[in-house]
Design a protein around this ligand. Structure first.
Ligand code: NDP
Ligand code: GDR
Length: 329
């Protein structure tokens, strides 16, 4: 039985990846940090099947212990301070977790189990300012946020450990991917939750930032399959994972509101405070290499994914309404 260690297992991607690896017969070790209010919502389906380990990317000793205890064949580093907006008010913390945390985990693997295969969650945010479209593995990086800068560090240190220590270390350069398990602060989920609340009469307006930004949005359930495929190759390599389609935030609003027969223009208000100090204007990925070498392709369309998210949020908000003291009284 293969053994995998996943950091960031309580997040969106960690939960889908854990489900995928369990289906494939892996023993899955999930590392989570201590929080005052633990949240296992994303991982609820398989919580009992995970071997839980305690650790934090900023604490090397805890990572060494996690690798010792799990003795993994594969390590997936999905943990990060992953919200771009928070990386401006918390640049040092973002760097400690999202950049130096990668070195910590690579060090733990190098010291304890250098033969383990290592996956690093790199990001299309590394491309930042548009240098070339579509963006591919060879496109130069020009990050536009402390988060993007941290991910560039994580990307290069992963390559460096591959070249310095001959470790099987890969980076997946994943473009935005979403799902009903997406954190509520990210734009797709903020919109689908907002649509559900407006539709059910719990909210009148949805306050948004820059509607002109363009993103290449895919489905998280598809993208974790690519992570696994990267670690099944003969040689370690880096791959762009994307859909090859781009849409504006405005188009996202149109699709989400239309799915409940509303017009976004009637509900959306713009707040300049939500504009970012530096924006990534256009992301559009070319995943040709992944298609050719991994045999991977995206399966779920943008429209189906947004409909799935709106549907899920409608159910969630309905449950909330049914359990609220007002509804009970
Ligand atoms: P989430 O924000 O949903 O999950 C992040 C996870 O990291 C959570 O489990 C969180 O734990 C954990 N974490 C945060 N800080 C630490 C720390 N110091 N030590 C240990 N664990 C920590 O992210 P996603 O699932 O969306 O993304 C997974 C990875 O992929 C991230 O690295 C992200 O930057 C990257 N990425 C994501 C993309 C996307 O579109 N989703 C695209 C490209 C890259 P807790 O529950 O305690 O907060
Ligand atoms: P992003 O995702 O920054 O691309 O990073 P996010 O969903 O936060 O923003 C996407 C775009 O939408 C614009 N936007 C808004 N964003 C948010 N969150 N809230 C708003 O109200 C709003 N209005 C407009 C933003 O300006 C931006 O252009 C995500 C994260 O998952 C990263 O961890 C990951 O690396 C990248 O995707 C690829």
């Amino acid at each position: 039985m293969k053994k995998a260690l996943i950091t960031g297992i309580t997040g969106q991607d960690g939960s889908y990846l854990a489900e995928l690896l369990l289906e494939k017969g892996y023993k899955v070790y999930g590392m989570r940090r201590r929080t005052s209010t633990p949240n296992y919502e994303n991982i609820a389906n398989v919580r009992e099947k995970i071997e839980w380990l305690s650790g934090d990317l900023t604490d090397l000793s805890s990572l060494i212990s996690a690798v010792q205890q799990s003795d993994p064949d594969e390590v997936y580093n999905l943990a990060a301070q992953s919200f771009v907006e928070t990386s401006w008010p918390q640049p040092n913390l973002t760097g400690q977790i999202t950049a130096l945390g990668v070195t910590n985990l690579l060090e733990a693997v190098r010291i304890v189990k250098p033969s383990a295969k290592f996956y690093q969650a790199s990001s299309s945010e590394m491309y930042g300012k548009v240098m070339e479209t579509p963006q591919r593995e060879t496109t130069p990086f020009y990050p536009r946020s402390p988060y993007g800068v941290s991910k560039v560090y994580g990307h290069w240190i992963t390559l460096n450990y591959r070249e310095s220590f001959n470790m099987f270390a890969c980076s997946g350069i994943l473009f935005n991917h979403e799902s009903p398990r997406r954190g509520i602060e990210f734009v797709t989920r903020k919109v689908t939750d907002g649509v559900a609340r407006i539709k059910l009469g719990m909210k009148q307006k949805l306050t948004m930032g820059n509607l002109d930004a363009k993103r290449d949005w895919g489905f998280a359930g598809d993208y974790v399959k690519a992570m696994w495929l990267m670690l099944q190759q003969e040689e370690p390599d880096d791959f762009v994972i994307s859909t090859g389609e781009t849409r504006t935030v405005r188009q996202l609003l149109e699709v989400a509101f239309q799915s409940v027969e509303l017009r976004y223009e009637d509900y959306v208000v713009i707040d300049p405070k939500l504009f970012r100090p530096a924006e990534v204007d256009l992301l559009l990925g070319d995943c040709g290499k992944a298609k050719r070498q991994l045999g991977w392709k995206p399966e779920v369309s943008f429209e189906d994914m947004i409909a799935m998210m709106v549907e899920n949020d409608l159910h969630k908000v309905e449950r909330e309404l049914n359990h609220s003291p007002i509804a009970v009284n």
